[in-house]
Write a protein that binds this ligand. Structure first.
Ligand code: CU
Length: 65
């Protein structure tokens, strides 16, 4: 399981957007976003390039801390 810190989430809409962004990445599953902690955890079927994860998060309007 991987954990990333995400900046800029303020409500459940943000949680949904991040969950959708991460869940849409090939090989990523079981995404869980914790709003209070500002972090997301997920499983990787194989190692996913962090550059791709960063890009998807950015596209959704957030930043990886
Ligand atoms: Cu929000």
């Amino acid at each position: 399981m991987a954990t990333i810190q995400i900046k800029g989430m303020s409500c459940n809409h943000c949680v949904m957007a991040v969950t959708k962004a991460l869940g849409g990445i090939d090989g990523v599953s079981n995404v869980k976003v914790d709003l209070a902690k500002g972090e997301a955890t997920f499983d990787e079927a194989r190692p996913v390039d962090r550059v791709i994860i960063r890009e998807r998060i950015k596209k959704a309007g957030f930043e990886i801390a």
